[in-house]
Design a protein around this ligand. Structure first.
Ligand code: ATP
Ligand code: MG
Length: 733
């Protein structure tokens, strides 16, 4: 038997060695689903299947990269590099880059991230003379996204009476109009938002039988991880692709379905068996990840969900420590407790920072943890904060690159047309946009033909210089790689020089960030294969696609010794030796917005299940008696999920005796433990910490504690490499 199959249990082995026909693996957390998927790919390759014929869809690009690395190790060759493997979005973006011209987009189409798409939506709302206070761009955006993920295009959206009634009820009848205009604008700009990558892929396969046929024959084997979270459009695409060969293998856990708000439905799992004849179903029941205590708690809690495929996970792992419940007085104290405990665990058990994860329900909760970690000097990284690529200076530089790759990209063009300042004022730009709309041409074309539109001599010259510069960048596209183009862009736009001349701390940081961006482009162009498996193509277009589709988890460098902070959604599929889950309180977890129906509550419970099952060895669940939310001091009850956990696996000594115990604390335990226990649910103590609640204060008094925006994520790894700066900055100035 090949080495990589050894150690698998009987069911895992059967799944890994399944060669032909539809296969579904439904199994609980930590039972080796992802491992089996990886091993199966290795097995297929070892048994004559060509890597070019395998498509594997993962939850993050990082998971894809890890899979490739493992397969390479398993097989001892480089075949894994030829797999089509990545997220739905990255794989489809790659396919569309070869095919988009068929549906009227340039193959070098731009990918709009959430910010870009919101900004276009806002522009469209204003152009339609609607009030963007009422038609909030983010609300409209999520409505449009919902529609796209359900395969509802603008025309159908406008025609569907149920949808129209719903929009009438929410007093936003013009969403259909906005959707229509937004879609038209994106098309005109040669841009796709994230949802379009799915939707347009679907359109392509539906409308071009020859393309469908080609990819059906290319992807003879299809594998999908985290299948429970696929939405209707993803489902339809994979069904189309798999139709010819029916070699499709999906793995998932209905108990971990946590994206119904994005249209994912566990129906997909149930439907799978109806879609194909002779589906082989394999259950995995042994958990290899967690201790018995952790697993029992997870099993018991999820049993409270009615709509669940029954399964009982067991493990041979140790019993392990009990799950610790921690009650603190306030969220700040919760942060301190966690930071102190991390320090203590490191000293006592020789853990590294990277062994710890702090998980929470909402991003805003990270603030208290971050402050305490910083105070203690513990290196950490927030996933999902302001990421590197969302920083202004990075977005500016990228905008230049985007315009170079695709001049139809109006968002990017507007961003940089007068940055650094070159005398093309706001009114000039606004006028150009109006002309573009009137004449049904792109903004870029207006700039090219500026002489026809009566600009003043000085402005005209500025515009023409700008156009010449961008054309110069474009002239390099054919025979220069992404890095060479980027260096020229940095140099000729004066962007780097401008940042270099700002000697403030922030200015320096911005300068270093741009250098870091250039470093990373250099690294990328020099690496043998791209993250999405593409070999060799190091052009600017490929680079841009690749960075737009990075998820936070993908940004992590393997060797970074940092405590990881992230939402539970972002933690899906990951595992950590020690896990803290913060804010386990009513109205936070379950979220106050998700307790009105059984379905919503069950989704919150699945999220709780995901959180608990991330832990390998130790788990802390904490809740605060009081915290500031939206400017008010609120007191929350401990989460109902805590009541659902079996007593014998819980250590309540940090919680003052009981999850819902309102009384004093026990005096048991070490001094350390006593120091970090909560003070009980005492409003007077809360006031001592925070000052009086806002209602008791004079109108003008500021609360002593103000909720602050979490600072930008501390990107510990983003240090420019010393060897790059001296040689190349001179080049750039
Ligand atoms: P999740 O539902 O969280 O995605 P999963 O079912 O995908 O979990 P994996 O991440 O594949 O589970 O595996 C969990 C852990 O158990 C990993 O560390 C994996 O290496 C280990 N594992 C899985 N199967 C075995 C096995 N047969 N022997 C030893 N370790 C195993
Ligand atoms: Mg997994």
């Amino acid at each position: 038997m090949q080495d990589y199959l050894k150690g698998l249990n009987e069911q895992q082995m059967a799944a890994a060695m399944h060669m032909k026909g539809p296969l579904m693996i439904v199994a609980g957390a930590g039972s080796g689903k992802t491992k089996v998927l990886t091993t199966r790919i290795a097995y297929l390759l070892a048994n004559g299947v060509d890597a070019f014929n395998i498509l594997a869809l993962t939850f993050t690009n990082k998971a894809a990269a890890e899979m490739k690395e493992r397969i390479t190790k398993m097989l001892g060759n480089n075949e894994a590099r030829n797999l089509y493997i990545g997220t739905f979005h990255s794989v489809f973006a790659r396919i569309l880059r070869g095919e988009a011209h068929r549906i009227g987009y340039p193959n070098s189409f731009t990918i709009y991230d959430g910010d870009d798409s919101r900004s276009v939506i806002k522009t469209v709302i204003n152009e339609l003379n609607l009030d963007d206070k009422h038609y909030k761009p983010n609300v409209v955006q999520s409505r449009i996204s919902q529609a796209k993920n359900a395969l509802v295009g603008p025309a159908e959206y406008a025609m569907d009476s149920a949808i129209q009634q719903e929009d009438m009820r929410s007093n936003r009848p013009a969403i259909a109009q906005i959707y229509q205009a937004y879609a038209a604008r994106c098309f005109k700009n040669g841009a796709m938002d994230f949802d379009d990558l799915l939707l347009k892929m679907h359109d392509l396969l539906k409308n071009f039988p020859e393309v469908l046929h080609r990819f059906q024959h290319k992807f003879k084997y299809i594998m999908i991880d985290e299948y429970q979270d696929t939405n209707p459009v993803q489902y339809e695409i994979t069904k189309l692709l798999a139709a010819a060969n029916e070699n499709i293998c999906v793995v998932g856990d209905d108990a971990q379905s946590i994206y119904s708000f994005r249209g994912a439905t566990i129906e997909n799992i149930l439907q799978f068996q109806k879609d194909y004849d002779d589906v082989k179903v394999i259950k995995l029941e042994q958990n290899y990840r967690s201790t018995k205590s952790i697993l029992h708690v997870a099993n018991e809690v999820i049993k409270n969900n009615k709509g669940q495929i029954p399964k009982d996970l067991w493990t041979e792992n140790d019993g392990g420590d009990k799950i610790r419940l921690v009650r603190t007085m306030t969220d700040n104290e919760e942060g301190r407790f966690v930071a102190d405990t991390i320090q203590e665990q490191k000293l006592r058990y020789h853990y590294y920072n990277r062994d710890f994860a702090i998980l929470y329900r909402t991003n805003a909760q990270s603030r208290a943890f971050e402050e305490s970690l910083r105070r203690m000097g513990i290196a950490y990284k927030i996933y999902g904060g302001l990421s590197f690529y969302q920083r202004k200076e990075i977005k500016d530089m990228i905008a230049y690159l985007r315009v170079t790759a695709n001049t139809r990209d109006e968002e990017a063009l507007k961003r940089i047309i007068n940055y650094p300042v070159r005398g093309i004022g706001k009114t000039t730009i606004e006028r150009a946009v109006i002309v573009a709309n009137e004449q049904q041409i792109t903004l870029w074309e207006v700039l090219n033909r500026a002489a026809e539109f009566g600009y003043k001599a000085g402005t005209l010259e500025a515009i023409q210089n700008f156009v010449t510069m961008i054309r110069y960048f474009q002239s390099m596209l054919a025979d220069k790689n992404a890095y060479d183009v980027a260096v020229q862009v940095g140099k000729h736009t004066n962007l780097v020089k401008e940042l270099f001349s700002d000697k403030t701390t922030e200015g320096l940081a911005r300068y270093e960030n741009v250098q870091e961006l250039l470093n990373s482009i250099k690294e990328w162009t020099e690496s043998p294969s791209n993250d999405d498996g593409e070999v060799g193509d190091k052009t600017l277009g490929v680079y841009l696609q690749q960075i737009t589709l990075l998820t936070d988890a993908d940004n992590e460098k393997e060797d970074a010794d940092v405590v990881k902070l992230m939402t539970i959604h972002a933690a899906k599929g990951l595992e950590f030796p020690v896990v803290f889950v913060g804010g386990v309180e009513e109205s936070i977890f379950p979220s106050g917005m998700s307790i009105n129906t059984r379905e919503e509550l069950e989704e919150e419970r699945r999220l709780f299940y995901v959180a608990v099952t991330r832990a390998k060895h130790k788990l802390w669940l904490s809740y605060a008696n009081a915290r500031y939310r939206f400017g008010n001091l609120v007191q929350n009850e401990p989460s109902r999920f805590l009541d659902e956990m079996p007593e014998e696996y819980i250590d309540k000594s940090y919680a003052g005796g009981g999850a819902r115990n309102q009384g004093g604390m026990s005096n048991q335990g070490s001094a350390f433990e006593r120091m970090h226990r909560g003070f009980g649910n005492d409003a007077a103590a809360a006031e001592r910490m925070y000052g009086p609640p806002p209602s008791k204060k004079k109108e003008t008094a500021k609360p002593t504690y103000l909720p602050v925006q979490p600072p930008a994520s501390k990107v510990v790894e983003h240090k420019p490499s010393a060897d790059f700066i001296p040689s190349d900055t001179s080049n750039l100035q």
